[in-house]
Design a protein. Structure first.
Lengths: 167, 781
């Protein structure tokens, strides 16, 4: 067995430090070392997008990275958004539009949608389809997810407007 | 009837947990001292096991145990038959060969487990797999379903002397006589290939034997928690009360998670009891391709006999299906094919015969649609060929043959998956056709748009098919409804949930009866300690069967509430209103009592009660349908084929659907969308490719393509409602609706788009490669 390596990483604004094997996948680190089990594992070969997290703000598949590659980086997972009582606007939109069925792909889907909506504040249906094309979902046929993203973009626009007006 | 919650597009109770990453899935269960298991799986589809040397694996630091079938001693035995053979059908042949815990002498499919490693981490367990030396002697594999039934084929089971697993013949009327009188008889050879369920969550299991309390807890990604508990306790020699099975949030089911007593479940519960420690097993995606059950390879020789004006006189369908290496799930899939072929049509004479063959592939069990789509595919292809031959519009030939709304209940005379002669309870198929044609603007498309686009050199086509969906079969489900002292309501039922929104739709049913907000109704599904009677989530039966059971329980609780409130408030029951979590008099609204307070009164802590009194505002009820409720609908689809790249784009997808009374239209729409996406996958890309040696060639999501967001059309849904007369709520299931008609509509639309090539689609799926080949063939023929 290999020597353990010290991994210091910031996840959802909290600093964590663990000693892990160099071969430990980032997704296993997040799930089983940090106990943040909202990030799911769907294929372990980088296709399904279920394990998508934000890595310094960019969506990446955490099953294709080792934990040691995250040393010194900032990670954001689904747990870093809203809470059960105070959902993030994107989460609210997913609820209102019935964007989740079994919910297994949902955290990865939302982590792909977040940076997309920062870049594209008023996306078309086709742009949304392309944005979530790297996240597989077997339950929804994507239709309610797409509607959720449209709704989320409206909610975020409202939020920006109220910030601007100082409300 | 005016309703407050029932039938409304209500947001789901479970979503806040799902959307924040707080929903518990099996792989999220962490226990102290938990071990991790991985299985060594055979690379060969068919081989004899000479020896397995586990000594190096055992010597690896961190490995706790390694077991093979031989270590299991007398505990090793083939599993039970999960679904009985349909002995109600005269002359049925059924050779039972059920799944075994691990291969012992002979391996019968690629991916079959031959050893298990239990270690301190999954990483170590996977390392140790490479330490095991298995001396396997490859045998000739049985791969092709038709060749499997030819004389001289290698055998999956030598002792059986044949690869024939089943043979079933059913006839209603007399097809041969009908064909003799027909003006036209049309024949077609139709091939349907294998595919996966492809839930995003692979299978998973955490087993915890606690030696001190003598209790086994199992968290499983199962659609049938109660069946799993009952079976496991029997296999392990425990009382049912010593075993608790929890199906927590499950990341998609789609059929195969109904399979119970799979090797992993049987081996790891035994191992946990042996080691006295909890064990986790999480399947990876490759294993999911190799070891999770799949669906069907069917090859049909079908024919239809008609009069010259397009009236069906009879249909004959003779097909073979592979069941893989085992037939634990008996004949549900081919029986569904058999019962759904004639679908919405009046077919006075119907002959159907199938043979099922053992092959060296993973076993076949239902996947969303469960045999129904292929019956529909065969029938709809026959109808299209007949329309062409007779010069009729495809919609017209269908219209001439529909069962009419006044003809229900309609007896088809064919025995189905519930072993009773199939009865269609109700429906209005012509109305679904009218609705779909109106939505897709059929006349306008074929008279104006299509000629215009064709003139521009575009290959656009339209497909319109009608289908039925047998749903909500027995035996029964149950539910318990309890009003708590807080005024909130708890509900427990035995079915499991894999994303269908039961936490919400069942809450709506109860909220309607008891006058409480939907979010105050907490539903528990899939925990055998909460409710331990039931069959499981399959055949689109959750809302229909469990929904009606819960409705019955809520009605009983409502009666108890009215009785006690009437006594407490001194108001006649007829004058009482249940709303906003309180009971008040309609005439004197200030005379009222909060529901929670009444619940406390119903459960006194001291004093005397009337003889025969039951404590609490609680009731349990069951519902079992006499037979399944049949949903149905019509799909209309417009496609454009790019004849250079052979890409097919679905330009419009319309479904006019009738699933009776709807509890929550938002959830029903989602169910239809999801079904359509599976149907689209089955139409285009989803094919498990095996080479002649029985090796799966595309066992990853890189090679086996399931629909992505850019592959899916926008789905337009039109709702119709013909309530089922079978159950008090009038519900029919909807889970498989989208999956069933899509391949048939796709085939018709592609054929129509390529009308100038004289191409006939007689197979599914149609990948761009395959479509190219067919187009080339049509040019030379």
């Amino acid at each position: 067995m290999s020597d353990l390596i010290n991994v210091k990483v910031t996840v959802n604004g909290m600093a964590y430090e663990r000693e892990v094997e160099p071969r430990m996948l980032l997704v296993d680190f997040i799930r089983h070392e940090l106990g943040l089990t909202g990030t799911h594992v769907g294929c372990e070969h980088g296709v399904c997008g279920t394990c998508t997290i934000l890595f310094d703000g960019s969506p990446v598949r955490s099953c294709l990275l080792f934990a040691v590659q995250a040393v010194g980086h900032e990670i954001r997972t689904i747990e870093g958004l809203g809470t059960i009582d105070h959902l993030h606007p994107v989460q609210e939109a997913f609820r209102e539009a019935h964007g989740a069925q079994c919910g297994f792909c949902t955290p990865g889907m939302i982590m792909s949608v977040l940076p997309f909506l920062e870049e594209n504040q008023d996306p078309t249906e086709q742009e949304i389809r392309e944005a979530i094309d790297g996240n597989l979902c077997r339950c929804t046929g994507y239709q309610h997810i797409i509607q959720a993203v449209e709704l989320a973009s409206d909610k975020l626009a409202e939020q920006r407007q109220s910030v601007k007006e100082g409300r | 009837m005016e309703t407050k919650y029932f039938g409304k597009r209500i947001q789901r109770n479970e979503d806040p947990r799902i959307l924040t990453g707080q929903a518990l899935f099996v792989d999220d269960v962490e226990l102290p001292d938990m071990l991790h298991a991985t299985f060594l799986r055979s690379d060969y589809p068919h081989a004899r096991i000479n020896s397995i040397d586990i000594s190096a694996a055992l010597a690896r630091p961190g490995v706790i145990a390694v077991y093979t079938a031989k270590d299991m001693g007398d505990y090793w035995k083939p599993g039970p038959l999960l679904v009985p053979a349909p002995t109600a059908i005269p002359g049925v042949v059924f050779n039972k060969r059920t799944q075994v815990p691990m291969a012992r002498e002979e391996i019968r499919h690629q991916g079959e487990p031959i050893a298990v490693v239990i270690a301190k981490s999954r990483y170590i367990a996977e390392d140790a797999l490479a330490d095991i030396v298995a001396d396997l002697e490859p045998l000739d594999p049985v791969v092709d379903v038709e060749k499997a039934l030819e004389p001289g084929s290698p055998l999956v089971y030598n002792d059986l002397g044949t690869n024939l697993a089943s043979h079933v013949q059913q006839e209603n009327g007399n097809y041969a006589a009908a064909a003799a009188q027909a003006d036209v008889v049309i024949k077609a050879h139709i091939v349907i290939d294998r595919g996966i369920a492809g839930a995003m969550e692979n299978r998973g299991l955490v087993v915890q034997w606690d030696p001190k309390s003598q209790h086994l807890t199992v968290w499983a990604t199962t659609q049938a928690p109660i069946a799993l508990r009952n079976g496991l306790s029997g296999i392990l020699g425990l009382s049912e009360s010593q075993v608790r099975v929890i199906a927590p949030f499950v990341g998609g089911g789609f059929g195969p998670k109904i399979m119970v007593f799979q090797p992993e479940e049987v081996v790891l519960t035994w191992a946990s009891m042996k080691l006295g420690l909890p064990i986790k097993y999480i399947e990876d995606r490759q294993e999911n391709f190799l070891a999770m059950t799949q669906e069907r390879n069917q090859i049909h020789d079908a024919e239809i006999a008609l009069t010259k004006d397009g009236k069906i006189l009879g249909v004959k369908d003779v097909f073979v299906q592979d069941t893989g290496a085992f037939n634990s799930y008996a004949l549900t899939v081919p029986l569904n094919t058999q019962t759904h072929t004639t679908g919405p049509y009046k077919v006075p004479n119907y002959y159907s015969e199938f043979r099922v063959a053992f092959t060296d592939r993973i076993l076949v069990t239902p996947v969303r649609g469960a045999g129904r789509p292929y019956g529909v595919f065969v029938m709809e292809r026959l109808m299209d060929l007949a329309a062409k031959k007779l010069g009729l519009d495809p919609t017209e030939i269908r219209r001439r043959n529909y069962l009419q709304p006044e003809e229900f209940p309609y007896r088809t005379g064919i025995i189905g998956q519930d072993f009773a002669k199939n009865i269609l309870d109700s429906g209005n198929y012509p109305a679904t056709l009218d609705k779909a044609l109106e939505m897709i603007e059929y006349e306008q498309f074929i008279k104006e748009e299509q000629p215009k686009l064709r003139a521009q050199g575009k290959h656009v086509g339209i497909g319109v098919v009608t289908f039925t969906e047998g749903t909500g079969v027995g035996p029964y489900e149950g539910g318990r409804v309890t009003v708590e002292a807080s005024g909130k309501v708890s509900v427990a039922t035995g079915v499991g949930t894999q994303g269908q929104g039961h936490y919400t739709s069942f809450a709506q049913v109860v909220a309607e009866q008891l006058g409480v907000p939907v979010e105050d109704v907490r539903v528990v599904t899939g925990d055998t300690d909460q409710f331990h009677w039931g069959a499981g989530t399959f055949a689109s039966r959750g809302a229909t069967v469990a929904g009606n059971a819960i409705h019955a329980a809520a009605s009983l609780v409502r009666a108890k509430i009215l009785k006690l409130a009437s006594k407490t408030l001194q108001v006649p029951e007829e004058d009482l209103v249940l709303e906003n979590s309180e009971i008040h008099s309609a005439t004197h609204p200030t005379t009222c009592i909060p529901l929670g307070e009444l619940a406390v009164k119903a459960n006194p802590s001291r004093g005397a009660v009337e003889p025969g009194a039951e404590p609490g505002l609680e009731a349990t009820a069951y519902y079992g349908p006499p037979y399944g409720a049949t949903a149905g609908g019509t799909v209309a689809m417009i496609v454009e084929v790019d004849t250079e790249l052979m890409r097919v784009e679905i330009k419009r997808y319309v479904i006019a659907h009738d699933c009776g009374t709807v509890i929550n239209p938002l959830i029903v729409d989602g169910q239809i969308h999801g079904g359509v996406s599976l149907g689209v996958g089955n139409s285009f890309f989803e094919k498990l490719v095996y080479d002649e040696n029985g090796q799966l060639m595309n066992g990853t999501f890189m090679d086996y393509l399931i629909p992505r967001a850019t592959d899916m059309p926008y789905i337009e849904i039109g709702h119709l409602s013909t309530p089922s007369p079978l159950n008090p709520l009038g519900i029919k299931g909807v889970g498989e609706a989208g999956a069933i008609p899509t391949p048939a509509a796709f085939a018709q639309a592609v054929e129509n788009a390529l009308a100038d090539y004289n191409l006939e689609v007689r197979e599914i799926p149609l990948s761009p490669n395959r479509l190219f080949e067919l187009l080339e063939e049509s040019k030379t023929s």
